[in-house]
Design a binder for this molecule. Structure first.
Ligand code: SF4
Length: 344
């Protein structure tokens, strides 16, 4: 096992070992022709420890949600494997899978679409307990406790979702995920659809719950600014590959990969200058036509001839982080980060 997490405390709870997920795209009459293959997740390895928040960051289409679905066992990998506490998800029996689904929960991005509008809040939160055979009395107690953990009073159980604001609905979604006492929650863009004023409230709530219960989080986001303050480790994905992985604070203050630097620059508040001010240039290329070599090379101001020919490996750097870029370890010393070369 390669333990590349920034956090070494606690047992390894999730390990992705060379996970690959490809989708064959069909076209034509009766889907008779193959249009190409999307490499949504391409040889990804990482570990997540107990009590760790592991952020998966990147633009839309980079593969972060597909990676989350492999961890949630919604999708099976094309090759490679995902392990939970050392056991491969692919080898789990029906009973093991049931236990796994108790222990690993998800909070979805859209607090409006994620809750059934016809069900009362108490039923929504208690439903996972019912599915897993928890008796009525115990259920009521646990629903009230879950509501209390997210700062909502017991009487909201009799209300319907439309009676709440976006932030309150996201709290209800978190309460539903907590009822089964999971040890990992996948948070898929948990605050992106909320007002800016509510975002920090929900993130602080999640952090408090983690401190209290020692839960691990996988935090999926396109926005580095919203994950920085609550993550221990940040993994940056681009077109299905990990391009940088390491300590969250270091990654945000001193990004190593030019793509990470461009995400940091995009998340820097107006009026402040990022350490490495790279504007994001152009669009993410089609996943069906991934550029050769480093797939970021058509957008990278520092691209060299080797970049379009050879795919850089994810390799350790001096401060213990990992980066996949031909600038390391030698070229980076000669780069003037304040003056990126314009892309032709
Ligand atoms: Fe840019 Fe080359 Fe590094 Fe890719 S490998 S990020 S193109 S310098």
């Amino acid at each position: 096992m390669i333990d590349n997490s920034a956090r070494s405390e606690g047992e390894v709870i999730i390990e992705s070992r060379n996970a690959v997920k490809h989708f064959v795209i069909k076209t034509g009459l009766m889907n008779s022709r193959t249009a190409g293959v999307v490499r949504a997740v391409d040889d990804i390895s990482f570990t997540i420890h107990e009590g760790e928040t592991f952020a998966l960051v990147g633009e839309s289409g980079c593969g972060k949600s597909t990676m989350a679905n492999l961890i949630l066992k919604v999708l099976d990998p094309t090759s490679g494997e995902v392990l939970y506490r050392g056991a491969s998800l692919a080898d789990m029996s029906a009973q093991d899978t049931r236990n796994y689904r108790r222990n690993v929960q998800a909070v979805l991005q859209d607090p409006y679409g994620a809750l059934n509008p016809r069900m009362r809040v108490g039923h929504i939160i208690g439903e996972p307990l019912e599915v897993h055979g928890v008796g009525r009395d115990d259920r009521e107690e646990r629903v009230t406790a879950a509501l209390q953990s997210v700062g909502l009073p017991p009487w909201v159980q009799s209300q319907f979702p439309h009676e709440f604001s976006g932030g309150q609905r996201q709290r209800i979604g978190v309460a539903r995920a907590l009822t089964l006492n999971p040890d990992l929650i996948v948070l898929d863009e948990p605050v992106s659809s909320l007002d800016v004023s509510i975002r920090s409230q929900v993130l602080n709530l999640l952090k408090d719950i983690q401190d209290e219960r020692g839960i691990s989080y996988i935090l999926i986001s396109h926005d580095l600014a919203s994950v920085e303050h609550m993550s221990h480790t940040i993994a940056v994905m681009y077109l299905g590959k990990l391009v940088e992985l390491g300590d969250a604070e270091l990654t945000c203050s001193q990004p190593q990969h030019p793509y990470t630097a461009s995400l940091v620059a995009a998340a820097t508040p107006p009026g402040t200058t990022p350490n490495w001010p790279i504007p994001i240039v152009g669009e993410v290329p089609s996943a069906l036509e991934t550029p050769s070599g480093c797939s970021f090379h058509p957008r990278c101001p520092y691209a060299m001839p080797v970049c379009s020919q050879e795919t850089p490996e994810l390799a350790p750097t001096e401060d213990g982080r990992m980066v996949a870029c031909h600038l390391y370890p030698d070229e980076i010393k000669h780069i003037d980060k304040q003056a990126p070369v314009a892309v032709a």
